[in-house]
Ligand binder design. Sequence first.
Ligand SMILES: C[S@@+](CC[C@H](N)C(=O)[O-])C[C@H]1O[C@@H](n2cnc3c(N)ncnc32)[C@H](O)[C@@H]1O
Length: 269
Amino acid sequence: MAELLDLDAALGATVLTDALDAAAAVLGTEPRSIVDLGAGTGTGTLALAGRFPEAHVHSLDATASMLDHLTASAQTAGVGDRVTTHLTDLDGDWTAVLPEQVDLAWAALSLHHVSDPARVLRQAYGALRPGGVLVVTEMSGARFEPSDLGSGRDGLGDRVTAALAGHGYPVTAEWTTALGEACFAPVERHEMSFDASATTAEGARYLAIQLSRNRDRIADDLSADDLAALDAVILALGAGTSEVRTVSGRNVWVAVRPLDTMTHEGADR
Ligand SMILES: C[S@@+](CC[C@H](N)C(=O)[O-])C[C@H]1O[C@@H](n2cnc3c(N)ncnc32)[C@H](O)[C@@H]1O
């Protein structure tokens, strides 16, 4: 999982930059305090610390190994002194670890993991200063090209995509209404995507990990011939002989805690 997240960060760098641009445009001023909710291996934390050199980033996650990875990466990137990790559960009173209200809250591919997203959104609202900005990112879909995945079996990629959808993958979520209900206004939603191609080493590795994980999820849904073809595709990715690519969609919400709202009945802080 950690390797997949790091590859996602490298290949999805344009999405990250566009999301940071959107947040900076809405904020208007340089953020000094940021919280990264479900920080994982630190994709968002490192990008935030790099983009906003005056900011301190509080990186929250419930998995210690993820935070260890993040700490090492922050040191390597030279931003370790501006990053503090907190081993904490977003299903609990996570706002208590923050020393002050923050200017920017960031929740990338993490909100769908929590048991009560509406509560986390209210907590994020309370953790932000008035005028502060919350950025939420989720996957919006993925497709593979060419449609035979280079296997010669027409439509294999479509059958893989359909079988995955039957199991709820990729996990998508729609937060526009929930953000409004948590009193964020305005709420913008940006549709973004990035390409990963097996013609690069990083792209081939990313696709190999993705398709290997997905193969196990849908093994019972594919015919024996399709499964054998998919195994051959995964082998070709490992051998560097595949030209498969994937287009991975992201929805990015940029939501503001209004300036003129000093209190919030539902806020948990
Ligand atoms: C898919 S990863 C995304 C990581 C990172 N934000 C990124 O964009 O690469 C989801 C992260 O959320 C964390 N997570 C899931 N549920 C959580 C919870 N209840 N409290 C804190 N962290 C949680 C996981 O440990 C994982 O690191």
